[in-house]
Design a protein around this ligand. Structure first.
Ligand code: KG4
Ligand code: ZN
Length: 343
């Protein structure tokens, strides 16, 4: 009998609960997205998100348990994201997880959201051998991680300003495209040519750092100039050029990281990993280097409970349990994530 973990994710605008056995057998994976509610506002409204989690969490829990065909007595632990993320959203999931832990006398595991994203590729490939390099690209983070072993690693590059997903979201908003921006830009760019060469930060430098705020300003200025001339904004061309610049920056640093840290396996995850151009480009570049790319199914790229379960399994094996006073946190320092990755 495997270790079955009920895993809760509510860090942003998805109320998600999964039941995962041994970190990779997904017995249930229920995701209730609030995207349609926030779309009206062009982005996530934190207070609305918290209230939606509060309303959705019990139905999502009931559905997940029902899909798993298990009773709470058969569950071995409760895992929950406790940061980083929107504080009100996190508190809803955390308080609910504490209630289950207390009521059913099950150990509690508090999982870092970035560690969850890092573990998404292991859901369908639990035996990926380590060390590996990982690129985690989401709405809030862009980081390259040297993963030495399970729950052991270090951040070797991250963004100095905006995250890759944030750049997609902000420019999509400026273009009048719907939230979330990444999929909207990808759709608008389909079949269009990347007509403009937008700037890529640190393009010729030996650094693993990212920066997307200069790109964001360049694109916004470009749109502004077109509007000033009274011309129609060529949305598909701009979307394709933006996507090209972001993907190029991500792929370039990934290849540079490989030169500094030669490994056989590369992991790609986070919401932006759902982007087809990024997946294809990285795949082609890594194959040319004889490196294998592991990228989760799209449903495991954006926020979900299954990846929390994949990470929580490693916490379980390492005996990393939380007590019932564990807090939620909105932001984390690099040291916090590092200590999380030191086992
Ligand atoms: O991982 P995630 O669901 O939430 C965070 O932890 O931030 O990532 C959400 C981000 C958003 O910025 C969204 O625009 C981006 O992932 N995203 C995409 C795509 N799907 C989602 N970006 C580019 N292409 C996509 N297909
Ligand atoms: Zn996320």
């Amino acid at each position: 009998m495997g270790i079955k973990i009920l895993s809760i994710e509510s860090s942003c605008d998805e109320t998600a609960i999964a039941v995962v056995e041994d970190g990779h057998r997904v017995l249930a994976n229920v995701i209730s997205s609030q995207i349609d509610i926030h779309r009206v506002y062009g982005g996530v409204v934190p207070e609305i998100a918290s209230r939606e989690h509060l309303a959705n969490i019990v139905p999502v829990y009931r559905q997940a348990l029902q899909e798993s065909n298990l009773s709470m007595e058969e569950i071995d632990a409760i895992a929950v994201t406790n940061g980083p993320g929107l504080i009100g959203s996190l508190l809803t999931g955390l308080a609910f997880a504490k209630g289950l832990s207390l009521g059913y006398e099950k150990p509690l595991i508090a999982v870092n959201h970035m560690v969850s994203h890092l573990y998404a590729p292991f859901i369908d490939n639990p035996d990926i051998s380590l060390p590996a390099l990982a690129l985690v690209v989401s709405g809030g983070h862009t980081m390259l991680v040297y993963m030495e072993d399970h729950l052991r690693g270090r951040i070797i590059g991250q963004t100095r300003d905006d995250a890759a997903g944030e750049a997609f979201d902000k420019i999509a908003r400026r273009l009048g495209l719907s939230y979330p921006g990444g999929p909207a830009i990808e759709k608008a760019a389909a079949g269009a040519e990347a007509t403009w060469a937008f700037p890529i930060a640190f393009a010729n430098e030996d650094t693993l750092e990212f920066s997307f705020s200069g790109l964001k300003s360049a694109v916004i200025n470009h749109i502004h100039n077109i509007e000033q001339k009274g011309e129609a904004v060529p949305i598909p061309g701009i979307a394709a050029s933006l996507q090209e610049a972001i993907v190029e920056s991500l792929v370039r640093n990934s290849l540079l990281a490989l030169r500094h840290f030669p490994v056989d396996n590369f992991l790609l995850s986070g919401g932006v990993a759902a982007n087809t151009l990024l997946r294809e480009r990285l795949q082609a570049s890594l194959t040319a280097q004889g490196v294998r790319l592991y990228c989760p199914k799209k449903v495991y790229c954006t926020d979900n409970g299954a990846m929390v379960g994949a990470a929580a399994y490693r916490y379980f094996l390492a005996g990393k349990f939380a007590d019932l006073t564990v807090d939620a946190y909105a932001r984390q320092s690099e040291e916090d994530l590092l200590s999380e990755l030191q086992g």
